[in-house]
Design a protein around this ligand. Structure first.
Ligand SMILES: Cc1ncc(COP(=O)(O)O)c(C=O)c1O
Ligand SMILES: [Zn+2]
Length: 415
């Protein structure tokens, strides 16, 4: 049984029944792309009657232990690869290096397809099955496509992934290995996304793109990051959550998760949310800094080494609302800062992340420098994807290969 009560338009507040097969507010969507995003609202009284902290503590750490907060009615349709339940690691070395007392890292690289997108897709594919889908399609520059492909493989359904021209080969390989048919579109992420919408309309495929603008339920899996962090910190929220932001959908989802636990009385405090983007692909940062609405930022061609964050527009008010409501921050970091942070995380903490995820550490350094975050505050960075997802970038940093003959005397010469 699902506890979803309604779908609420985040722009005008209008409520729709979850039974309406609707993905966007009919009133607001007329204003243009990004308007009228819908958010599932649950019956929190009923959830509160069924659950408390003890019940949750009694369940094994995993995404589906929070099933009451998920939009699934038929549990037999759940497609899981054992996602979630990832470690929250306290930094000892990196925190000392950058001068902060309590730094935690949520290591999402250990998810089944090595990124946090598995949280979204276990829910999305389970819902698609509930609705009888047998062919699904998504636009993705890599991680979402890999996750979509893996969960479709497990579910036994056909998956088409449309990638923009900048998508990296290693990620395309991963989705192909899971059996997806990949179409490399000669254009941007938005161009590829528009093609998916048209193709789904024409061929009746189920659009599983992880964009709230297409699928109101796609952010629900990401909420569990907040739940897990609260539990792992002994039912407390950190002072700050720092997460990489492309669409900013996951930023908003994590915030929603904290608000839900707060409303149910599971935690007493709420975090401030910080979103990090790459310089050259920072529309959200622009809107935040210039106090603009999402539609006032003109679309542009994005460029950053953080390939998963290449976005040239803000798709709706969801991430901006999050930054405002949580009294948060948005910050942009350069390619050099990203690569430095990636190296530091690997060499100081033994966690190898992709450049997009390293933005969180680069962003933290900036926010400490700017005085936006205090060194005594508790910070949790979400490390969203593995470094092996984009080996090309790391390989360029590790060019010096010491070749020797197999003898100790030869080794001694180079030691
Ligand atoms: C590794 C990684 N981190 C962060 C993000 C940003 O997520 P969002 O679009 O929810 O802001 C993505 C999106 O693809 C990603 O793949
Ligand atoms: Zn509306």
């Amino acid at each position: 049984m699902s506890f979803v009560k309604s779908l609420r338009c985040i722009d005008c507040g209008r409520q729709y029944s979850p039974q309406d097969s609707i993905s966007i507010c009919t009133q607001c969507s007329e204003k243009g792309l990004g308007f009228g995003l819908l958010d599932p609202v649950y019956d929190y009284d009923k959830i509160g009657e069924k659950l408390n902290k003890d019940t949750l503590e009694g369940r094994k750490l995993s995404l589906w232990k929070y099933k009451e907060f998920m939009p699934i009615s038929d549990e037999s349709k759940i497609v899981s690869l054992q996602e979630g339940g990832t470690p929250l690691i306290k930094s000892e070395n990196l925190s000392r290096e950058i001068g902060i007392k309590n730094l935690y890292m949520k290591n999402e690289t250990v998810n089944p397809t090595f990124s946090f997108k598995d949280r979204a897709f276990t829910v999305i594919i389970s819902r698609a099955l509930e609705q009888g889908a047998n062919i699904v399609a998504a636009v993705s520059d890599g991680n979402a496509g890999s996750s979509a492909a893996a969960y479709s493989a497990k579910a036994g359904i056909k998956c088409y992934v449309f990638t923009p021209s900048f998508a990296v080969g290693s990620k395309i390989t991963q989705m192909t290995m899971y059996g997806a048919k990949v179409f490399s579109v000669k254009g941007s992420l938005i161009d590829a996304g528009m093609l998916v919408i048209e193709a789904c309309e024409k061929y009746g495929w189920f659009n599983i793109t992880t964009a709230k603008v297409i699928n109101p339920y796609q952010t629900e899996g990401h909420k569990t990051l907040a739940y897990e962090i609260c539990e792992q910190l002994g039912w407390k929220s950190p002072d700050w959550i720092i997460t990489p932001a492309a669409s900013g959908d996951s930023l908003g989802a994590i915030w929603k998760g904290f608000k839900e636990f707060h409303a149910l009385g599971f935690i007493k405090n709420l975090p401030r949310m910080a979103g990090v983007q790459g310089q050259g692909a920072a529309p959200l940062v622009k809107a935040f800094e210039e106090d603009k609405q999402f539609f006032e930022v003109e679309q542009f061609e994005p460029e950053t080494i953080a390939d998963a964050l290449r976005i040239g527009m803000v798709l709706g008010s969801w991430p901006l609302n999050t930054l405002k409501e949580s009294n948060g921050h948005a910050v942009a970091v350069s390619d050099e800062e990203i690569l430095e942070a990636q190296g530091l995380l690997a060499a100081k903490e033994g966690i190898f992340v992709e450049p997009s995820s390293a933005t969180t550490i680069a962003g933290l350094k900036r926010l400490l420098d700017q005085g936006a975050i205090d060194k005594d505050e508790t910070v949790a960075c979400v490390l969203t994807g593995s470094g092996l997802k984009v080996p090309e970038v790391a390989m360029e940093m590790c060019t010096e290969l010491i070749q020797i003959e197999p003898s100790l005397s030869e080794l001694e010469k180079v030691l």
